[in-house]
Design a protein around this ligand. Structure first.
Ligand code: HDD
Length: 696
């Protein structure tokens, strides 16, 4: 690797940019130490004699090992595993009537962003596809400074008050004494804690649904969760909730599929995001706003400052105002994805906080964590964190100070300019950030109290709303997830307590979970506030809102020697025409000799390309190919899994014996190959599930 200097990134000063080495003697730049000394030999340390000890004098070796020893920084306490990309936000509807934020003024204008997606519970090296909430953090580099919208792919949170966050995270992460399980909530401490905290119930419904098993980071929604404010030039405030809507629609995997994906590809989501961007299939989300005023807030049966509550879209529809496109992969994972430091307190004029007690606590936590993670109060100077607008103040010095402030002015006020020196920047009362001062009726002017407002005590109405808004196929997944998770709990008092809470959500759900665990239906736990029946919200269902498309999806095609070359070509073209990605799988990576006598290279070998990696599959085999693969367990499993994961299966008639061997029963999604396959491949076949799986 060679080191060059690139001054063109951010305003954080010079950065090292690593350029791949082109090979020996090909005119590449010289290898140097960090002091710029050219290195003659990068293969051998300096020794006393040919077989003698290595000498302390070898500064080239020492510097290299020293640097290597310090390459890691503490991983994030939560959201440690993540993947990110650069892109832009483009406004398509001016919001100047409701906010003075510069990025929301001019339709058509683009603001650069860096967006990081993450799992919550697992460590940085854990897998991509556990059942877990996904982080959805966007850093907007606006002309007025950085604005970070640090959200999740679920619109509510587990707790109402930040003081409970350390308890939540301690309970969900690997257990304190044994350091397992990694990256999952199916264990004693999480459910012990959650069952004692009825306010988690709404979020648990979402967490046990398919929302926590996204098919791709490109196919999930994002939410700012809290109620924020937008403030216009006249100082008028409007409440807002932020929503990101994926262009590709929401799509999730099945639980069995997610488990198998972990084995097939630890980096399934990271690779998918990287490859989509590399191929020019840029992921895209629309930004939608739910806007409302104090009068609306006061009229709701829940508190808009409570982060365990949504405002149904049917009540306040989304105003779509722009789109985010991610069009560039990071140049360096550590420098960008690892060192990016999001903070909900990074806000621009025209956007403001509310008194949501969860948000208020976050305003402290993130800045604090960056100091321990990145080691210095100057972390904002790292190129990925540096604003793309001027930064001018009198903050000085500190570890790893990268800028070289000039002159004597490091305090304010000063009168140095009257002596002809630079006096430095001054306050900006008109354009600067001004905290919204308007009164609200949220009680913030009262005495100092450690209490929550009365409406926060309703923990079940919205959990019930979520349950009642799901399709039967989704309800079966939720009930089964509760059964699975609670089946992993060894503390005998916990499952009945949890089911006792679920009786407040829905009796049928509680009964199904109790049956699945083979326990007696426990007493209903007393509710602090009786739930009310809210109007079901169809927008909360994934299954009824799925987009039938091949866009952004992959179709696996199994071939072997003798497969029909013309049929393969036609199929690949049809998939591409539908914006899908064909992926040819063969018993050998070198490919197969097709019917035209030509050898065709495969995209993946059968053993390393199980069908869970695809959204639909095709078996394009000749009679001989089918005879061969009927003896290959991986081919049979390939089909069984595709069927079990409710995917469309297309087949050439000669492949029928293989389908029979795999126990594939005919249904709407299993079709002999013709043009209709492309339409079939755009869907999942939920009606197949009860025939092949005993769900709770
Ligand atoms: Fe948090 C990271 C999202 C509540 C404390 N959080 C973090 C990240 C996301 C969220 C997406 C990763 C950002 C990245 O990619 O680097 N967190 C949320 C959401 C919450 C929430 C949507 C509730 C609505 N968080 C929350 C609370 C606290 C924290 C209440 C503390 C009181 N969160 C942190 C943290 C992290 C973090 C410890 C770890 C790494 C980091 O901040 O930079 O400060």
């Amino acid at each position: 690797m060679t080191t060059t200097f690139d001054t063109d990134r951010g305003n954080g000063g010079e950065t090292h940019q690593h350029v791949p080495e082109k090979g020996p003697h090909d005119g590449a730049d010289h290898l140097t130490t960090n002091q710029g000394i050219r290195i003659t030999d990068n293969q051998n340390s300096l020794k006393a004699g040919e077989r003698g000890p290595t000498l302390l004098e070898d500064f080239v070796l020492r510097e290299k090992i020293f640097h290597f020893d310090h390459e890691r920084i503490p991983e994030r306490i939560v959201h440690a595993r993540g993947s990110a990309a650069h892109g832009y936000f483009e406004l398509n509807d001016s919001l100047s009537d409701i906010t003075k934020a510069d990025l929301f003024q001019r339709a058509g204008e683009r603001t650069p962003v860096f967006t990081r997606f993450s799992t919550v519970a697992g460590g940085a090296g854990s897998v991509d596809t556990p059942r877990d909430v996904r982080g959805f953090a966007v850093k907007f580099y606006t002309k007025e400074g950085n604005w970070d919208l640090v959200g999740n792919n679920i619109p509510v949170f587990f707790i109402q008050d930040a003081i409970k966050f350390p308890d939540l995270i301690h309970a969900v992460k690997m257990e304190a004494d044994r350091a397992f399980p990694q990256a999952g909530s199916a264990h004693d401490t999480f459910w012990d804690w959650a069952s004692l905290m009825p306010e988690t119930t709404h979020m648990l419904m979402w967490a046990m649904s398919d929302r926590t098993l996204p098919r791709s980071l490109r196919m999930m929604q994002g939410f700012g969760i809290h109620t924020f404010r937008l403030v216009n030039a006249d100082g008028k405030s409007t409440f807002v909730k932020f929503h990101w809507r994926p262009k590709l629609g929401i799509q999730s995997t099945l639980w069995d599929e997610a488990l198998k994906l972990q084995a097939a590809d630890n980096d399934f989501h990271r690779r998918d995001l990287w490859e989509a961007i590399s191929l020019g299939n840029y992921p895209e989300w629309e930004l939608g706003l739910q806007l409302f005023d104090q009068e609306f807030a006061d009229a709701q049966p829940y508190d808009v400052l409570d982060s365990t509550k949504i405002i149904p879209e049917e009540v306040i529809p989304l105003r779509m105002v722009g789109r985010m496109v991610l069009d560039r992969n990071p140049d360096n994972f550590f420098a960008e994805t690892e060192q990016v430091a999001y903070c909900p307190a990074n806000i621009v004029p025209g956007v403001d906080f509310t008194n949501d007690p969860l948000l208020q606590g976050r305003l402290f936590s993130y800045l604090d964590t960056q100091k321990s993670r990145l080691g210095t109060a100057n972390f904002h100077q790292l190129p990925i964190n540096a604003p793309k607008c001027p930064v001018m103040n009198f903050q000085r010095d500190g570890q790893m100070q990268m800028s070289v402030p000039k002159g004597r002015a490091n305090y304010e006020p000063n009168s140095l300019s009257s002596d002809g020196e630079a006096g430095g920047p001054r306050e900006c009362p008109v354009m600067g950030f001004g905290t919204f001062e308007g009164g609200t009726s949220q009680g913030e002017k009262g005495d100092k109290l450690r209490v929550r407002a009365e409406l926060f005590a309703d923990h079940y109405s919205q959990a019930r709303l979520f349950w009642r808004s799901q399709q039967p196929s989704e309800q079966a997944h939720i009930a089964s997830s509760f059964v699975f998770e609670l089946s992993k709990v060894g503390l005998k008092q916990v499952p009945p307590r949890m089911v006792g809470n679920l009786r407040n959500v829905d009796e049928e759900l509680a009964r199904r979970v109790a049956d699945g665990l083979a326990i007696m239906l426990p007493e209903k736990n007393p509710a602090a506030r009786d739930p009310i029946d809210m109007e079901p919200s169809p927008a909360l269902s994934i299954h009824s809102n799925m987009i039938d498309t091949l866009r952004g999806r992959k179709v696996g095609i199994l071939v072997a020697d003798g497969s029909d070359a013309a049929a393969l070509k036609t199929l690949q073209e049809a998939i591409r025409d539908a914006d899908g990605q064909p992926f040819v799988v063969a018993p050998k990576i070198g490919g197969a000799k097709l019917s035209d006598g030509k050898q065709m290279k495969a995209d993946g070998q059968l053993l390393g390309s199980p069908s869970q990696l695809f959204d639909a599959v095709v078996v394009l085999l000749s009679e001989d190919g089918a005879k061969l693969l009927i003896k290959e367990g991986a081919a049979i499993q390939w089909l069984m899994d595709a069927f079990g994961h409710l995917k469309a299966i297309g087949y050439a008639s000669a492949a029928r014996p293989l389908l029979n061997k795999a126990g594939i029963e005919p249904d709407d999604g299993v079709v002999e190959l013709d043009k209709s396959f492309i339409e079939k491949a755009k869907k999942r076949y939920w009606q197949r599930e009860p025939k092949i799986r005993l769900l709770a």
